[in-house]
Design a protein around this ligand. Structure first.
Ligand SMILES: C[S@@+](CC[C@H](N)C(=O)[O-])C[C@H]1O[C@@H](n2cnc3c(N)ncnc32)[C@H](O)[C@@H]1O
Length: 425
C-alpha cells in the first residue's frame, strides 16, 4: 500500500496538524516561525510512495536510498530532529542558508523560514538524491530552492558567505570551508561525531574558531566523500560484542580483550548519581585516558556477559588486555540511578578505580544540564593535547565544563532534571 492508497482514509492536513501539536508538546518546536513552517510544508509530498502515517510520524525517518549492505545512506530525517535543529539554527527572514545533505523537505522548511527575500541552497553528493529532491521541491511549490550536486565538504563557495549552514549527515570533522563560508555572525548547525557519539551542535563563530551555543544527541547517516570518517577502528570480539574507537592511544588487542571477557568481572559502585547521560558520556569520552565504545547485542546482554549500557554503545576505558565500562543500578528508595563500573582483565582494578574517580568527579563538579562548552579550534593539530580535547583532521575539539550549581551534592536517586537551568538544549 502506498501513500495514495491510504490517503483515502487519512487526511494529510490533519496528520500534519497533529504532528505540529505533538512537536510543540515535546519541545522539539519552541518558536512560532518553526511551527508555522512545519504546518505549511506538505511533508508527505517529499516521501512519495511512503505510508502517510510513516511520513508524519515524529520519530521515524523515511528511507530514500540504501547501500549494498542494506544500510540507509539517505533518508528523510525524523521530524522531531528537524524541529530541534531548526530551533538551534534560529533562522530569520531574509537569511542566506546552505543545507548540506538534501532530501527537499528540510530545505522547504528553511525556505518558509527565510521567506521571499531569503535564499536557500541545498547540496547533496548523490545524483539520485539531488534529482529526487529537485523533483519533490518543484512538485510541492518550492522551485526557488537551489539544488547543487557536489561534495558538501567544500561548502558551495559560489553563494558564500551564508548566515546559516545546516549539515544533515553525521560529520567526523568540520572542514575549513564550513567556517570560512559563514558570515561573521553566522551559525553552523552540525551533527558532529566526537569519540563515537553524534550530537547536533549549534556553533557560532568565535574568532578563528567556533563556540557552541547548544547541543543535543542526534543520529544521522554518515557523511560520504572527502569528509567521511576514516579514523574509526572497529573490532568484533565475539558474536554480538564489538569495540570501536578513533582514539590513537587505544591498542585494540582483539584476542586479549575477548579472553578478558571470560574472566570474572569486577563491579564497583560509585555512590554518584546517574541521570544526565549525555553530559556524563561527553565528559567520560573526553577524559578517560584511552577511550573506545563497547557495543553488545541484546542476546549478549541477555546472557549476562555484558551490561545493558552497551546496547547503544558505552564509553569504555581500554588498556591493551583490559576493559572497563559504565553501568548503572536503580536506587530503590527514590527510583533514581547510581553509576558504577564493570571491569575485565588483568588491569581491571586500576581501570575501574580510574573510571569510578571520573564518575565521582563529574557528579561533584559538573553534574548540570548544559554544563559543557564545546569549542572547535581550526588549524594544525599539536602533537600533545591537553586533557579534555580531541584531535580532528582540521583542528581540535575542546570542551570546558561549567561548575555544578551550589548546594548539597545530589546523591543517587535525586533527580534535578526539572530544576536545573537549560542554557543549552
Ligand atoms: C539524512 S539525509 C538528508 C535529509 C534531508 N536534509 C531532509 O530534508 O530530510 C543525509 C544526506 O546527506 C548526503 N551526504 C552524505 N555525504 C555528503 C557530502 N559529503 N556532501 C553532500 N551530501 C552528503 C547523503 O547523500 C544523504 O542524502
Amino acid at each position: 500500500m502506498t501513500a495514495t492508497d491510504d490517503s483515502t482514509v487519512r487526511d494529510p492536513d490533519e496528520l500534519r496538524a497533529g504532528m505540529v501539536r505533538a512537536l510543540l508538546d515535546q519541545d522539539a518546536i519552541t518558536s512560532e516561525p518553526v511551527a508555522a513552517a512545519f504546518a505549511a510544508v506538505p511533508r508527505h509530498r517529499f516521501a512519495p510512495g511512503a505510508f502517510l502515517d510513516l511520513a508524519y510520524d515524529l520519530h521515524s525517518t523515511v528511507p530514500v536510498k540504501k547501500d549494498e549492505h542494506g544500510l540507509d545512506i539517505s533518508a528523510m530525517s525524523a521530524a522531531h530532529l528537524q524541529g530541534v535543529m531548526l530551533e538551534q539554527a534560529a533562522i530569520k527572514p531574509g537569511m542566506k542558508v546552505l543545507e548540506i545533505g538534501s532530501g527537499g523537505y528540510n530545505a522547504a522548511l528553511i525556505q518558509e523560514l527565510v521567506g521571499g527575500d531569503g535564499v536557500v541552497t541545498t547540496v547533496d553528493i548523490d545524483r539520485d538524491v539531488i534529482d529526487r529532491a529537485r523533483h519533490c521541491l518543484d512538485d510541492a511549490g518550492y522551485g526557488q530552492v537551489k539544488t547543487v550536486l557536489a561534495d558538501g565538504e567544500t561548502g558551495v563557495p559560489d553563494s558564500a558567505p551564508y548566515d546559516r549552514i545546516i549539515v544533515t549527515a553525521a560529520a567526523w570533522d568540520i572542514p575549513p570551508s564550513w567556517i570560512s563560508g559563514l558570515t561573521q555572525t553566522g551559525r553552523l548547525v552540525v551533527p558532529l561525531t566526537v569519540r563515537g557519539t553524534t550530537r547536533s551542535i549549534a556553533f557560532d563563530r568565535d574568532g578563528e574558531g567556533l563556540l557552541s551555543h547548544s547541543y543535543r544527541l542526534a543520529r544521522f547517516v554518515p557523511m560520504q566523500g572527502d569528509g567521511a570518517a576514516k579514523e574509526e577502528r572497529k573490532v568484533l570480539l565475539r558474536d554480538g560484542v564489538a569495540v570501536q574507537t578513533d582514539d590513537d592511544r587505544v591498542r585494540l588487542d582483539t584476542e586479549a580483550l575477548n579472553r578478558a571477557l571470560d574472566v570474572p568481572r569486577l563491579l564497583h559502585w560509585s555512590g554518584a548519581a546517574y541521570d544526565l547521560p549525555d553530559e556524563l558520556e561527553l565528559y567520560l569520552s573526553l577524559n578517560l585516558s584511552g577511550v573506545a565504545r563497547l557495543h553488545a547485542s541484546q542476546d549478549v546482554v541477555g546472557s549476562g556477559l555484558v551490561e545493558a549500557s552497551a546496547l547503544l554503545g558505552v564509553p569504555a576505558l581500554v588498556s591493551g588486555d583490559s576493559i572497563a565500562y559504565r553501568t548503572r543500578r536503580e536506587t530503590t528508595d527514590t527510583g533514581g540511578f547510581e553509576s558504577g563500573v564493570v571491569a575485565h582483565g588483568p588491569d581491571a582494578e586500576a581501570l575501574a578505580d580510574q573510571y569510578v574517580d571520573l564518575l565521582r568527579y563529574w557528579a561533584q563538579n559538573h553534574r548540570r544540564r548544559g554544563a559543557a562548552e564545546i569549542r572547535y579550534l581550526p588549524g594544525p593539530v599539536p602533537s600533545s593535547l591537553p586533557q579534555g580535547t580531541v584531535a580532528k583532521r582540521h583542528g581540535i575539539v575542546a570542551v570546558t565544563w561549567h561548575q555544578r550549581l551550589q548546594g548539597p551534592l545530589p546523591g543517587p536517586g535525586t533527580s534535578h532534571h526539572h530544576t536545573l537551568p537549560r542554557r543549552h538544549t
